[in-house]
Design a protein around this ligand. Structure first.
Ligand code: MLT
Length: 303
């Protein structure tokens, strides 16, 4: 019997793939063979010596001490691509929220007094929320993995010009990317060309602060930055300076700090990129299947 400890809620559809006669799945195991997590920060807990594998029902593995686990010979399985469609859809929403001033318009409507002339007040005030269209604007996509490729292709379908940058693009990604996406030769070329810039890279030493003070010098004034990747991808100091002086017109983020959450140029969401029933299911299924294959057959795929 394999003992699996779940440290977060894992989609039932995924857990049902662990046969009851063979697997004991609980949140309070002693001596588990494997851990199954979503956002639990494993840097902050002692991982039992019994653990032989870790499954992360999501793409990012920055909440897991991967290097330390590698030294212990413990594979970490994740689910790259399983939530890519969910993130792509929220990025599109983020661009629309920003370009059509939707948060400000919603706030206005919610404060309308209850009287017969509400309609008149809305018609009178709506000019404050005049937006602009995405069609014809330029989107820069930093990182052309499973999510970035989808975002780039979807933006093309909306009539946007798209620049992409990724020095480590996979052959699969290259096949899937629309031929109309322009490959930027450098980040600065992408930054200089873009009205919107969306980041789709994991957080690591190479990507931390990939948008920084110097990037502000080349970016278009009023650029909209979208961060559905990780906090830290955009240098905090550069971000604050750009937001305060308007170089950055809007920052749409899944990781707002307290200060950013109340900034008039910030649209902050509580890490909702992958929060759809479908994505949670896809991630759980992908990671559970890998865990089983490892525990039962010793196979290590995608760790
Ligand atoms: C991911 O890394 O898969 C997404 O950010 C969602 C999550 O952390 O669960």
């Amino acid at each position: 019997m394999f003992k699996i400890q779940t440290l977060n809620n894992i989609s039932r559809i995924g857990l049902e793939r662990l046969p009851a006669g063979q697997y004991n799945v609980a949140s309070d195991q002693t001596d588990p063979d494997a851990l199954l997590v979503r956002s639990a920060d494993l840097h902050k807990i002692e991982i039992p010596a019994s653990v032989r594998a870790i499954g992360r029902a999501g793409a990012g593995t920055n909440n897991i001490p991967v290097a330390e686990m590698s030294k212990r010979g413990v594979p970490v399985f994740n689910a790259p691509g399983a939530n890519a469609n969910a993130v792509k859809e929220l990025v599109l929403a983020g661009m629309l929220l920003s370009s059509r001033n939707i948060p400000d318009a919603l706030a206005f409507v919610s404060t309308l007094p209850e009287h017969a002339d509400a309609h008149h007040a809305m018609e009178a005030e709506k000019k404050r929320f005049v937006g602009s269209e995405l069609s014809g604007k330029t989107l820069g996509v930093v990182g052309l993995g499973a999510i970035g490729v989808r975002v780039a292709n979807a933006a093309r379908a909306l009539g946007m010009r798209v620049f992409g940058f990724d020095p480590h693009m996979t052959v699969d990604g290259a096949w899937q990317l629309s031929a109309d996406v322009v490959k930027a030769g450098s980040l600065n070329e992408l930054y200089a060309a873009s009205d919107f810039i969306s980041f789709h890279v994991p957080l690591n030493d190479a990507t931390r602060g990939v948008f920084k003070a110097e990037s502000l010098q080349v970016a278009r004034r009023g650029v909209v930055l979208l961060n559905f990747a990780r906090d830290g991808i955009i240098d905090a100091g550069a971000l604050k300076a750009g937001l305060d002086d308007g170089t950055i017109g809007r920052y749409v983020t899944d990781f707002p700090s307290k200060e950013q959450a109340v900034h008039p140029r910030v649209i902050g969401l509580p890490h909702l990129g992958a929060s759809t029933a479908e994505a949670e299911e896809n991630c759980a299924v992908m990671v559970v299947d890998q865990l089983r294959d490892f525990l039962e057959n010793g196979n290590v795929l995608n760790s």
